[in-house]
Design a protein around this ligand. Sequence first.
Ligand SMILES: [Zn+2]
Length: 617
Amino acid sequence: MRLALHHAVLLALAAALALAPARGWGADIRILNRNDSGKGFNDPTVVPPVGLNFGTTRGQQALIAFQYAATIWGATLKSDIPILIDSAFVTVADDSRLTCTSTNGIVGYARLASYASGGEYPVPGAAYPVALANALRGADLTSGGAQIVARFNASIGTQGCLDNQSWYYGLDGRESSSQDDLVSVLLHEFGHGLGFISFVDAPTGSFGSDPPAIFDFHAWDVAAGRTWEGETDAARKLLATSVSGLALAGPAMATDVPRFLSYLPRLSVDVVGLQNPVAFAPADFSAPFAGGGAVVAAVPLDGCSALTNGPDVAGKVVLIERGGTDATGGVCRFWDKANRAQDAGAAGVILFNNQPAAGLITPTGTPPLSIPVGFVTLETATAIQGQLDGGTVNAAFGSSSTRGGTDASGNRVLLYTPATVVNASSVSHFDTTAYPALLMEPRILHNFRQDLDLTPATMADLGWSVVQGLSLAVAKALDPSVTPGANASYLVTVVNRRSDPAGDVMLDLALPAGASVLSTAGACATGVFPCSLGTVASGDVKLTVVTLSIPKPAESPFVVSASLTTSTAGTGDVLQSRSSVPLASSGSGCTTTGGGPAPLLLAAVLASLLRRVNRWG
Ligand SMILES: [Zn+2]
């Protein structure tokens, strides 16, 4: 009797949980390793740890990078249904879509496993990526199957495939100029799989036999002032190659644009034969672009010591050459050069390359200066100097009238619609005029913000429930199970999605009986919990790698909980996360079985997106 009553209470509790609104944490995004033995994620090549990636083999490091990117998205979106990503790291020979040459190639792609549509969704005529459909329904339409398929190119850096490139497997975003940051590319590709994708066939403007994607209900015809899903194929065909005629619209986007996009700085000089505004790169320590004046060359030209023509510099724009050594024989830094001009009263600085036919460099340094600083090519500087000899040159620092990458409204972001269709890139990306660069642009760029910039706003407009505050996600690294008596590592990722900092942030862990922390690395390096993360700035992503000793015997499922506290708690915060995995001996355990009603409408595979390499210069 007592047992029966207990059972009844449990059943009642289970029913209450099933009816509860979306739980108080993010999304559980899991990587399913689909590689064969010895390949991809199972590549046994021994490699040294790099940038918080503790994997000891090439395959382990690739898998850990995938899992880390999954935790960043997991701390950003909310879903009661686990999101499974069917993943593999494959060679060009394994996957014909990953074409590659020495100078150009496809580094990876992600596609929807399926979509759903119907009257039960917010926009009945739209195709919803199944991961979003699951989140909206609170039910698993895929019955434990994957919702996203991701394939990445393991051939990069081998002969004939982007020979001089390589993946950067570190988790700290510190790739070199010849590396592609795997985590950044994964964040981008997962973004496609979660819904940042149009169903249009750009060359024809047609949706074929599929409904338009929910993304297409936000693709905005700038000239006509309406979304494009109801327009004719011919109209969409024109918009897909309109260069600046198609944008992405939505209320969350409009709110977030001022936070992530800036006015484009411009530099103009009145040199005969030079096209204005000139090509330049603003220094990251530059003041906002404004003002200007007559141009004068620094003496010495490399600005590596105090300027001897100081009286001529005051109120002027100073031309300074790259390179040289300082008084101690050390590297003469951009910031020091510009700071010397500022000390002499300059109104601005134009740094220039000392190498011909070289690309633009973004000068970096701290703290910010109070005058505008830009970097130009040697060819531009030579033209300026040519006119300066016996003449005058005036320079003007200014900015664009709208934020870089927006349409005239200033709150919609242009989509990538080059005059010639670029297969798999046109339409389903933000335009390359976005400033600063955005995660969902078609090209691989460096220095992405790991907080996903404007992509979460897009997701919110598509229908996702998006975390707005401080958030975290904890995930078991490598195998989706733990082995009693062995060690196990976890990734604990904290993301501040607020527009302001979170103060006095403390991270704590709750472990099963008998488990203990062996070591930690990253944001919490002390190995002791609760652990202080201090102030977490807006947009910051902080990773802690935790290695646990697993008792023998161990509880199953093995549940590790992570939680946050902050002195500046907000209503949008998600302050807890949980990882639940089975013991290794109980099977793979990485999928759940449904047993519920059959999925309603699941179409076949479609809408694959390929990400092309298109590097600068
Ligand atoms: Zn893409």
